[in-house]
Write a protein that binds this ligand. Structure first.
Ligand code: P6P
Length: 337
């Protein structure tokens, strides 16, 4: 059978299942082409003059890498003229980007972390793009960038699509439009994303955990208990040995879990208590939580389902525990004892 490209998959979802509109199909195709352009820019590495610091800080007060800024620009420029968006929000920008008057406005809101895992850019380790799509509320005030923030403050359950690209040995695009999770691999010769896996299912159990152990002394008690039990392995209450992985690019750690199961944790810790956590809700935790749940996994703060959080601020941070369902259920159980 002919290869199923992203365009064909989206057309089938639109036509056969009425799951997505023509504008959402167009939006996802535009984002995929932006990810392709980002993949090419990253692939040049030191040859493209794109490594190193940009000499600026983002809204999080983090030093921006040149590729952070470039990736953000690629996504903004790719999406602002199409007529499918009402506004965009990015980890790299304090306020939303409203659509310039010279272009028509659409019904969708696009949020993204244009390049996740920036600490890995200069050392040639996988990084990625994370995106989330919401409907713009009727009558939303988009008159100014500041006013537009309110339109984005919707719980993760309101997402109509979510996805990520991993720029690794291959560039993959992982997507859900609420109809399960599918994986596309970039065919560089053809210059298009080709379907390589559909109906992704995350195993409910695992023997692999991902956490930054350097923060152990700061973790809350339930996470201390759970990680200690995994380290006890066969001799402990969990009765099996575990392995550990920590790429420090959420997209790479989540993609491993999508592929073979696992548990990813960036829990609240006393170092981050004031910030509410490390990872951002709107364009990291929510899209990843939707993907994980659509693939049969679970995603929690430890105390509540991530997708049900009512956002207060565009850049708010949350604790994240996600992956194999039985493991997440265990930890959330420990939070209740
Ligand atoms: P740490 C990357 O900067 C990121 O936002 C996530 O992609 C990643 O999981 C996490 O931070 C890594 O944090 O504290 O281990 O550097």
């Amino acid at each position: 059978m002919a290869e199923r490209t992203l365009a064909r998959y989206l057309t089938e979802e639109q036509r056969n299942r009425g799951v997505i509109t023509a504008d959402l199909k167009f939006l996802i195709e535009i984002v995929s082409r932006a990810c392709q352009a980002i993949s090419i820019a990253i692939g040049k590495g030191g040859l493209g003059g794109v490594l190193g610091e940009a000499g600026s800080d983002n809204v999080q007060g983090e030093a921006q890498k040149k590729l952070d800024v470039l990736s953000n620009e690629i996504l903004l420029e790719a999406n602002e003229w199409g007529g499918h968006l009402a506004a965009m929000a990015s980890e790299e920008m304090d306020l939303p980007h409203t659509i310039p008057n010279r272009y028509p406005q659409g019904e969708y809101l696009l949020l993204f972390d244009p390049l996740d895992g920036s600490s890995n850019i200069d050392v040639n380790v996988s990084i990625g793009t994370i995106f989330s799509v919401l409907k713009c509320p009727e009558g939303a005030d988009l008159s100014t960038a500041a006013a537009a923030e309110a339109a984005f403050l919707q719980p993760g359950t309101a997402q109509v699509a979510a996805g990520y690209a991993v720029y690794g040995p291959t560039t993959v695009l992982v997507l859900t439009v609420g109809d399960g999770v599918v994986v596309f691999t970039l065919d560089r010769e053809q210059g298009q994303f080709v379907l390589t896996q559909e109906n992704v299912q995350i195993p409910a159990d695992t023997q692999e955990f991902a956490i930054n152990m350097a923060n152990q002394r700061f973790w809350e008690a339930p996470v201390q208990r759970y990680v200690h039990e995994m380290q006890q392995g066969k001799t402990g209450p969990l009765g099996k040995d575990y392995n550990m992985r920590w790429v420090a690019s959420m997209v790479a750690d989540v993609h491993r879990i999508m592929t073979r199961g696992g548990i990813f944790m960036y829990p609240i810790d006393s170092k981050l208590q004031g910030q509410g956590g490390k990872l951002r809700l709107m364009y990291e935790a929510n899209p990843m939580a939707l993907l994980i749940e659509q693939a049969g996994g679970a995603a929690s703060t430890g105390l509540q389902r991530i997708l049900e959080i009512k956002p207060g601020k565009l850049h708010q941070r949350v604790p994240v525990i996600l992956g194999s369902k039985n493991e997440v259920d265990r930890i959330t159980g420990y939070h209740r004892t």
